[in-house]
Design a protein around this ligand. Sequence first.
Ligand SMILES: [Fe+2]
Length: 237
Amino acid sequence: MRLIHFTDLHLQTSQMHAVRAICDKECPDLVAITGDIMLFSSEKAAAEQMPLVQRFLEELQRDFPVAFCSGNHEYYSRDHAFGPLSLFCADGQSKRLTRAGVTVQVTSFPFDPTFAALPDVLAVEKQNMGFAHKRIWLHHEPPLRSATGWNGDSYQGNPILPMLLKQETPDYLLCGHIHDAPFSGGRTSEAMHGVMCCNPGATEGQFEFAEQPPYILIDLKSDDVVWHGPVFSVAKP
Ligand SMILES: [Fe+2]
């Protein structure tokens, strides 16, 4: 069973087309998109973007199971919130999927600057939990003090997550938010309390958006985690 992970597309049309082309080529069993698919600049822009983004996600879902969690750009657009997303797993949901003899429990934690949603979604996961070989969490922010949240100057991330990872020990935390992590001396994947944290990054920030977004491919049987993206390098943390 293979999972492909994208993040922080920020409404780059060429990247959204590239996501589709990469998925068609790689034929993953599950597509994870960890938020900031929008580019919040104004309420008007949010209202215009929302239907485009919803259509992109639901068209992808026609051919692949899609798991999506919201990021800060969706959070600040929330007055123009998505309608109910017809995806395999969206904000606040926890679902199971079996492919190629591997069963995964996938849980989507929405971005929430108050962190109040984390325990609520954890309760949803526990209610829906059945047998699973792997437990996968999606959350936009990396856990604080992970190299997947190193931006070249400091560690950024969610301060509650390290404790939750230690307590709950899911197998994977798929995140994003810190675009520069792969390019600033941070890491695209790193274990924290035995949980493999993954952030493909985004080619924006120090660099222009590239035509193709970086992504991570995970083989959920062998636990091989492979990052695909352009290579830049700055200072190490
Ligand atoms: Fe972002």
